[in-house]
Design a protein around this ligand. Sequence first.
Ligand code: LLP
Length: 432
Amino acid sequence: MFTMECLGVNEKNNLTIGGVDVSELAKEYKTPLYIMDEDHIRRNCRIYKNAMDKYYGGNGLILYASKAFSCLRMCRIANEEGLGLDVVSGGELYTAIKAGFPMEKVYFHGNNKTPDELMLAVSNNVGRIVVDNKYELSMLSELSGSMKKEVRVSFRIKPGIDAHTHDFVKTGQIDSKFGFALDTGEAEEIIRYANSLKGIKIEGVHCHIGSQIFEIEPFLLAAEKMISFIADLKDNAGIEIKELNLGGGYGIKYTADDDPVQYDEFIRHVSGVVCDLSQKRGISLPKILMEPGRSIVAPAGITVYTVGAVKEIPGIRTYISVDGGMCDNPRYILYQSKYTALTVNNPAAKGEKIVTIAGKCCESGDILIKDIKMPHVSSGDLIAVLATGAYNYSMASNYNRIPRPPVVMVRGGKHEIVVARESYEDLIKNDL
Ligand code: LLP
């Protein structure tokens, strides 16, 4: 049976997370409820940070990709653990500002940053703007003039790597809305152009080849292409790139079938390619950045639901409907993502029947888990869906005017609400 490192079972035979009884949390905070183990998040941050320190001799930085899960507390955790931050919108940037995140360690991504977002970033002295297109570059050059500030930039490059993952999360190949293609010469051209602009300081290049990737190979290929590109830029244009950001994308375990590589192993392999090739091409080792999101938070989170209606359609399927669904976890309806679920009481109970766990939205596709073998489940039981710490809360919506669940963090046996449950009043607060 698949379970998560931060889960356990107590003497009452109830599921625990970070040592806290999940049924007690459900009683106190109601369901649906996102629960995250803060100690586990911090442990994941440290695994990454220590590996970067070890394999790049301190010349590396982990940026937490806050799109996976952003809130004030999460920004503070990332900061306390010595990480930088990847933000991808004015909203994520604003959250970082309000959390007191050091702006020099914030990297601003996005394929269509608006003038207002760029203004917010430049006026707050964000560490790097990761330039995605020429329009953005021209806006930055103007802003730099009008605000009399030097803008430090990196460039989003498409290295042309087609990682084996779901179509919607492949971003490194040529047919992608993100960045400048390397193979067509577009990437070199834009960097040469940026080099001619006043107020723009070129610091780095960046690539991101996809998400939920298990193979090391595409990352090695991407690293190789990016180092070669940096060396070519130096040889052909005399432009020195000081930073290489290799993006995120490391896969995690959602079900027993998933077999992810240890993160530090990933970094060890990639560092081998980066260091060897830099030496071979005669360039000084750039500062290396990585941007994991999912792998830091997903394995630290679960969502707890109460079972409502149980509908048996003889010979066809049994639907177990819960009090949440696509509004708090749209990943099945978007990507047919697979999850594991446990009963909160007696989580080790043997599965006896294939069922489908459905949500409460007015939408047939509103499924959380299709065809999962579960023990007997009745109305009123609590079930926990595992590994929901990434891209669940951050992708939640108010579809059907369903309020978003709260996020509770457990730490050292204690628990605390870090994002409050939305109320019906919250739902209408912008209605005029
Ligand atoms: N850096 C960049 C530039 C990215 O675009 C992403 C994710 C990351 C870092 C972090 O990747 P991670 O380590 O989390 O895989 N909503 C989808 C995932 C979309 C990922 C988009 N970019 C999902 O739920 O699977």
